[in-house]
Design a protein. Structure first.
Length: 371
C-alpha cells in the first residue's frame, strides 16, 4: 500500500523518501518544487542575438544573415522569436517579407557577438512562475570580449521582455551550451568545460557539482571526460558532442575514420557514454550522429557538428554543411530520436566559419517566459 505526496523541500534535489510503518505501509514522497526543463519542454519562444557590422561577422555579414533569417523563419512558424539587436529598423527591413512578423519581438541592445546559447538566460520551472537565472558569460574562459553580451539577460528582465523571477547568479560562470538536462534531475556536461580554470577556478569539481545540484535541483551529474572538436573555442561544450533526447536516449558524434584526428577521443567518449545510466539505473539508448567531413577555412579545421541542433515546438532544426550524405544521415538519426518532431535542416556553413553552429546562436525559453 503506497501513498504518493508532493512535498516542496527547499535546497535539495528530487529524492524519494521511503518511510516504513510497521512494515505494512510505504510512503513515497517526491520532493520536486522546481526543475531544469529539457529542451523539448513546451516553449514560448527562442532568442536570437542578431549579427551586425561591429561583430566578428562583419566580413561575411550578408552570408550569415541569410542563415539567421532561415532560423528565424522556421522558429516563427511555431513560436515567438526574440531578436536582440542594436539596429531594430535595419533587421526588420531585412526579415519582414520572409518571417512571420506576428511572432517576432525586438529588443534594442548593444552586443559583442551573437552566441545567445551562452549569454542567454537559463530558465527553471517552478510552482509559481518561471525563474530566470542570469549567470556570468566571460567569453568562454576569457577568450573573447563579452562585456555587452553579459548584460543582455539583466536588461531583458528589467524591460519585462522575460516574464519570470530574475535570479542573479553572476557569481558563477556558466554557458547554456555546456549543460544538457533531461528535465528529470539528470545533467550531462563535460569536465573540460566546467572545470576550466578560467571559468570558476576557485572551485574544485566537488564544489561545482554541489553548486549545480543545489541550483538546478538535480539528482545526478554525468561528467563526460572525453571528446573534442578541432577549432572549438568553448572547451568542449556538450552541445557539440552529445545531446540528451526523449525516452532516455543520447545522440552523440561518432567518428569511424581511424585516420581522423578525432577518432581516439570520440571513441573514448562513446565508451564512457555506454557506462552512463539513468537515475533508475538503466543504460541509455545511444544513437550515433555522423562525423561531418573536414571543413577548412583560413587554413583551419572548423568544428562542424550535427549535435548542434535546436529543439522547438513540434520540430528539430539541425545544421547542414553542404554534405548531402552526412546531412541526410543526421536527419535520419534525429528522426529516430524525435519521432514526433519535424526534422528541418538549415545550411550552417556560414555559422561554422566563426566556430559555432545552430544551437550556439539560439536560446529557448519555456512556455510562459515570452509574451
Amino acid at each position: 500500500m503506497g501513498i504518493n505526496l508532493n512535498v516542496a523541500y527547499k535546497g535539495l534535489s528530487d529524492k524519494d523518501l521511503q518511510l516504513t510503518f510497521d512494515k505494512l505501509m510505504n510512503q513515497d514522497i517526491e520532493m520536486r518544487n522546481s526543475f531544469l526543463p529539457a529542451e523539448w519542454y513546451p516553449q514560448s519562444g527562442v532568442q536570437l542575438t542578431w549579427p551586425h557590422a561591429n561583430t566578428d561577422w562583419f566580413y561575411i555579414l550578408g552570408e550569415v544573415e541569410k542563415c539567421f533569417i532561415e532560423i528565424a523563419k522556421e522558429i516563427a512558424k511555431r513560436e515567438i522569436v526574440l531578436i536582440v539587436t542594436p539596429n531594430i529598423n535595419e533587421v526588420k527591413q531585412k526579415i519582414e517579407n520572409q518571417v512571420n512578423m506576428t511572432n517576432v519581438r525586438f529588443f534594442c541592445c548593444e552586443t559583442n557577438d551573437t552566441w545567445a546559447r551562452d549569454h542567454g538566460a537559463i530558465t527553471m520551472i517552478t510552482e509559481e512562475k518561471p525563474e530566470i537565472l542570469d549567470f556570468t558569460f566571460n567569453g568562454w574562459g576569457l577568450k573573447f570580449a563579452s562585456c555587452l553580451d553579459n548584460l543582455i539577460t539583466r536588461k531583458l528582465s528589467e524591460n519585462k521582455l522575460l516574464n519570470g523571477a530574475y535570479n542573479n547568479r553572476l557569481g558563477f560562470v556558466l554557458e547554456g551550451g555546456s549543460i544538457e538536462s533531461d528535465g528529470q534531475g539528470t545533467l550531462l556536461t563535460t569536465s573540460e568545460c566546467l572545470l576550466s580554470p578560467n571559468r570558476n577556478g576557485q572551485m574544485n569539481k566537488e564544489d561545482i557539482e554541489l553548486y549545480l545540484k543545489s541550483t538546478f535541483q538535480l539528482q545526478q551529474i554525468l561528467w563526460l571526460d572525453h571528446g573534442y572538436l578541432a577549432g572549438d573555442d568553448t572547451d568542449s561544450h556538450i552541445d557539440t558532442l552529445a545531446r540528451i533526447c526523449p525516452n532516455n536516449t543520447i545522440v552523440y558524434v561518432d567518428c569511424e575514420d581511424k585516420n581522423d584526428e578525432h577518432y581516439n577521443a570520440l571513441h573514448l567518449m562513446k565508451e564512457q557514454l555506454k557506462s552512463f545510466t539513468t537515475i533508475e539505473g538503466e543504460p541509455y539508448k545511444l544513437l550515433p550522429l555522423p562525423m561531418a567531413d573536414k571543413i577548412i577555412f583560413d587554413d583551419e579545421r572548423l568544428p562542424a557538428t550535427y549535435a548542434n541542433f535546436l529543439v522547438i515546438n513540434d520540430a528539430v532544426l539541425y545544421p547542414t554543411y553542404a554534405q548531402p550524405a552526412n546531412d541526410m544521415k543526421a536527419a535520419e538519426i534525429l528522426k529516430e530520436a524525435f519521432p514526433n518532431h519535424e526534422i528541418v535542416g538549415i545550411d550552417c556553413v556560414a555559422l561554422i566559419k566563426q566556430h559555432g553552429s545552430l544551437h550556439c546562436v539560439t536560446m529557448q525559453y519555456p512556455i510562459g517566459v515570452l509574451k
